[in-house]
Design a protein around this ligand. Sequence first.
Ligand SMILES: Nc1ncnc2c1ncn2[C@@H]1O[C@H](COP(=O)(O)OP(=O)(O)O)[C@@H](O)[C@H]1O
Ligand SMILES: [Mg+2]
Length: 308
Amino acid sequence: MIETAGLTKEYPGVTALDRLDVTVGEGVTGLVGANGAGKSTLIKILLGLVPATGGTARVLGHDVATDGGRIRSLVGYMPEHDCLPADVSASDLVVHLGQMSGLPYAAARERASDVLRHVGLAEERYRPIGGYSTGMKQRAKLAQALVHDPRLVLLDEPTNGLDPSSRDDMLSLVRRIGTEFGIAVLVTSHLLGELERISDHVVVLDGGRLLQSSATTDFLHATGSLLVEVQGRHDADQVLGQALVDAGLAARPAGDALIEVDIRDERTADVVRDLAVDLGLGLVRLQERHHRIEDVFREGGAGSVQPT
Ligand SMILES: Nc1ncnc2c1ncn2[C@@H]1O[C@H](COP(=O)(O)OP(=O)(O)O)[C@@H](O)[C@H]1O
Ligand SMILES: [Mg+2]
């Protein structure tokens, strides 16, 4: 779907993207990074809206430097910031944008009605957007990204500004676009926790550089750990900790009777359990901890998380 090679964007005094090599395939891909990491810059370059200053990128086989118009006809885009006209209804806006994408009026009306229903905008779609809640505006932005039946959508922070329940609805909707509608999705967020729920693949950007790109399950294994609490003897945590290290796992003390073990694969928890049994120790707690994005950044490069 997307392939970049050495993609670089320099703004005066800022390198927004730094020699980025990334590949995005079918399904839902989460693009994660703190504010300023370069997510929106990457999306605008992929759409041919902003020129790169180095490297290359192809979207659906088309070169972003020369085929921006073609790419935008095949790709849907949900921009990050509020960009909707206040005095137009969502229905009129989506019909209009459908026509601009080349659909005849009747087809644009039909498609607009379908996509507005899919995103859950009901009767309010005939009212001016100026009176919408943030959640409704985000839905209208999503609907216009889908109206021309794209093969790929680029969704820039679709959960921005939403309360927790609207956030969950939006995430489920994004997931459904990828699964039920079969449209490839690249979705950004500064929250890893949101994207790991709905993405097949996660790409992490930090300061314009690729920190990691991997299947979501591998990502969780690479960044997750287990918190283990043992009892049975006064030095139970040391005994089990040593046994885990001997078994080739990365384990370290994590406080009173607690050990933290890096998750190596889906069998890691079984190894901990079996060793505790062998040593005659009681497991009080075996709890999975997923690192937050901040932890990934802190460990990036030096620790267990390496760009792949
Ligand atoms: N038009 C611009 N002019 C100058 N600097 C910019 C411009 N757009 C983005 N930047 C800078 O590029 C970096 C990446 O920004 P952005 O792509 O918006 O990050 P993100 O979407 O991950 O928050 C930031 O340091 C930002 O300040
Ligand atoms: Mg952004």
